[in-house]
Design a protein around this ligand. Structure first.
Ligand code: APR
Length: 258
């Protein structure tokens, strides 16, 4: 029995199974990762995108954010086999929640695709976007959320920062460095990690808090923890299973073993 088969043996419909994903699950779809070879932070400085900078220099923040958005989301990315395998696991009753650090919306696309195809079942994937969704913007005054494309176009044409009808400033609907995660989301994520019987960490370097602590919460709650990642992570030593493989190979293989 190889590592993934050992992990699959722990997963059944009665188990609480939670997946935490990072940029590595979207890399095969073409979305750049943040760290590792040619990562986003090799081309941009994280300091350009802090909450403090957004508040002190919103025009400069938006000028840089337009470039980052093009780098991260310039093409129309599609979910890949790993996203689809997680959605199928949820559809089949083997996965209770997907906690993602990604802001690309691809887990939602995969779930929506399955829901469209199998309306009688529907896909009620519990997807928690811990760092928000970069396809949307939100007014920091009235809280109104909107599709980001037209607002980014206005900003690219010179309206920096773009403003809401209430005269408030729009912010990309993502959690910026130095900004608190939405309390409810991280509390729910921590509860799920503590309650999990199996916790899967997929495609993440597991170095950014508070998400990086979630696998350790699962370990301390005696969950079976599996890591699927091309490079080593700080969780590897504490994990039960470490699968050094591409997500598009390992996650479908895990799903098909169930
Ligand atoms: N298969 C498996 N693993 C992969 C693949 C792949 N095809 N491609 C990349 N990886 C791995 C890399 O080895 C790396 O360890 O995915 C990991 C991605 O790590 P990061 O780029 O650090 O992304 P992530 O962990 O999601 O970053 C967390 O940091 O900058 C912030 O807000 C940003 O949400 C992000 C957070």
């Amino acid at each position: 029995m190889d590592d993934l088969e050992r992990l699959a043996a722990e997963i059944d419909r009665d188990a609480t199974v939670v997946a935490l994903t990072g940029a590595g699950i979207s890399a095969p779809s073409g979305v750049p990762t943040f760290r590792g070879d040619d990562g986003v932070w090799d081309h941009f400085d994280e300091g350009q995108f802090t909450y403090g900078r957004f508040r002190s220099d919103p025009a400069g923040f938006w000028e840089d954010r337009i470039e980052l958005q093009r780098e991260l989301f310039g093409d129309d990315y599609e979910p890949n086999a790993a996203h689809e395998a997680l959605t199928e696991m949820e559809q089949e009753g083997y996965l209770d929640a997907i906690l993602t650090q990604n802001t690309d919306g691809l887990h939602g696309d995969a779930a929506a695709a399955v829901a469209d195809d199998e309306l009688e079942n529907g896909a009620d994937a519990t997807i928690l976007e811990l760092h928000g969704n970069a396809r949307q913007v939100r007014c920091i005054d009235c809280g109104r959320r909107r599709d980001g494309d037209p607002i980014f176009e206005r900003a690219a044409k010179g309206e920096r920062p773009p403003t809401c009808d209430c005269d408030g400033i729009y912010k990309p609907d993502v959690v910026l460095f130095g900004e608190q995660l939405p309390g409810a989301a991280i509390q729910r994520a921590r509860t799920l990690a503590r309650e999990s019987d199996v916790f899967l960490a997929i495609g993440s370097s597991l170095v950014v808090e508070p998400a990086a602590s979630l696998p350790h919460l699962a370990v301390s709650s005696d969950a079976t923890v599996g890591v699927v990642n091309l490079e080593s992570t700080p969780v590897d030593d504490a994990a039960d299973v470490v699968c050094r493989a591409d997500v598009t190979e390992a996650v479908p293989r895990l799903q098909s073993s169930l």
